[in-house]
Design a protein around this ligand. Sequence first.
Ligand SMILES: Nc1ncnc2c1ncn2[C@@H]1O[C@H](COP(=O)(O)OP(=O)(O)OP(=O)(O)O)[C@@H](O)[C@H]1O
Length: 702
Amino acid sequence: MPQLAIAKEFLTEFAALEKPVRERVIQVFAKFEQATHTGLHLEKINNARDGRFRTIRIDQFYRGVLLAPESGDTYLLLKVLPHDDAYHWAKTRRATVNRATGGIELRDVAALDASLPHLERLAQNVPTRLFEDVSDADLRRLGVDEQTMVFAQTLTDVFQLEAARGLLPAIQWEVLYGLAAGLTPEQVWEEMGAAIVEGEVDPEDLDAAVRRSPDRVLLVEGPEELTAALETPFDLWRIYLHPAQRAVVEASYGGPARVSGGPGTGKTVVALHRARELAEREEGEVLLTTFTSTLAAALEAQLRLLVESQSAYPEELLGRIRVEHVDRLAHRVFREVHGQPDLLDQGRERRLWQEVVDALGVDLSPSFLAAEWRQVVLARRVENAQAYLEAKRTGRGRGLNAARKAQVWQAVHSFRNLLTERGLWTHETVGEEAARILAGRTEKPFRHVVVDEAQDLHAGQWRLLRAAVAEDRDDLFIAGDTHQRVYGPKVSLAEVGVNILGRSSKLRINYRTTAQILGWSLGLVLGEPVDDMDGGLDSIAGCRSEIRGEEPALHGAATWEAELGHLKETVSSWVEAGVLPEEIGVAARSNHTVDQAVLALEEAGLSARSLARGQVPDAVSVGTMHRMKGLEFRCLAVVGAGGGQLPAPRSVTPEQEDPGAHARDLLRERSLLFVACTRAREQLSVSWHRAPSPFLEAVLDR
Ligand SMILES: Nc1ncnc2c1ncn2[C@@H]1O[C@H](COP(=O)(O)OP(=O)(O)OP(=O)(O)O)[C@@H](O)[C@H]1O
């Protein structure tokens, strides 16, 4: 039975076709299986560089271009174009099988042949070549074939390579781009990972090649799947995973595993696919969790999209995956045993600490005690005075002598007694109690736990998750980027009983942001020592984007009013250029600045809304940098990036009070700016008034 496959590129181009043509495409291909059986007319192309291309009639003007197998029965839909363009396209292309991955690849042979003499002339006047340090043997091993190699060896700079993107086979172009970005052949090999086939590849067997290309080709299992894929053509992530992404999604791990990677590299996408994959194994319930309720809601919506488009029994599969943020899990487990807790808010907690301080007559501040309790006593599960005396106080700044420690312990002890006597709880103690309840159960609520934005979880939350799933194969799967930590203090996974023991992978290709925005944003955090949650340092080097665009626009204004004026102009110019209001984001450090930005945009006749009230269609989203997490916008303006506002003075512990906390707070503020800037897909504007933020120093000097 003939089977239809759709090339990744086609899906995005499909969205740009006019509606009647799109409808005809769906009609033609929905019946493809039967139609080819009953002699569907596929036309051969005269004088083609590759005799395996065929056209198919869509309507009077449009033709589809398919790659037809010589043997086998998989037909690959590549293009739908007006008649003459379709024939021209098909005549100039050639399909081949990649030697390393065994995957299908296409190239524009005519354009490659035509541009080579020109490139050779240019290269004569340039002493160095782009790939002169890479051996032919390495290029061959990475699947670069003779034609591409000859072409690559004439290139003298990366812009020529970028210009050739549409001409070269995509897999080979990516290999060359990785090498040009400074990766070693070994690193490129590693990145291709699971896609590399062992043994010889049959270059004539296109059918097998199509089946080996799940990152570029969707094998359509029936009309419903075709319609689902064509209805949401922009959500490519649901269908085509990069080999490095697919490898972690499908792997079987002996215990907890972790995927890390810079912003926009698809960690959330991988977490979603992993949750679906684990649910399909039918080994038990899957928990998909993250740090905040907003992020959990976003995960739930994306998971539904993914499962509905990929599964014949979506509700059953979704029924095996629970999506909830960690604190909600804690409260649910707690309530099952104790009922509703009487929760202390910040004000009540502060008053309770004050009561303790007054009763003991010690000169310790409630805020110091609250932080010490959370970051040392709770984080390290310190149970008694002796253990506290010996506990590591990493990140807590100035040391405390034994007498002082005894006072602190007494205060913490009294505080805990008051909580128990009065039946009061905080989110942390609820979490602690929930972890204790689950740890005592032999029947765990989940078989697998998948965690997104893992860098922000604190130690107590990790203990809860550890207790929610038995130690087993594929028990915990963790996705996160420590450079984006904007909430919790740093956590060592080993200390909370999560041993990833080398089961760690890294994603490097950013799918969201242009190379210009990514490169600029990486400059904000490069060189900062950032932990990897596993006893070492994390590096963001090697994270790259293959999309080109404009450099970020930077603007220093004299006053806040002038800066807001600039914001109005910037956002108006985006709208005038055709960007939809909901595709535009504005990020600021404080709620107050957010409100002022909303007012300013409204004054300029633009519809704007604070993210605190939720995203709506037809309005520009304005939010704090914290709220920007997990979101993305075509165009993004970061306002108030001035020295007086970033770092936010009240969020940074004074250095003299606690140097460790000071350094940690500064890094968190820097990460906030990094998170905000990396939400931009195509355009980024960063502005400030008076002096720029010290975090911008490194990038302004470049
Ligand atoms: N294989 C893929 N094909 C196409 N698009 C992809 C792919 N993987 C990820 N994307 C897209 O890249 C963008 C970033 O993905 P995602 O949010 O999963 O990255 P992330 O690593 O979690 O980002 P961050 O850490 O910055 O929040 C999204 O728009 C997603 O749809």
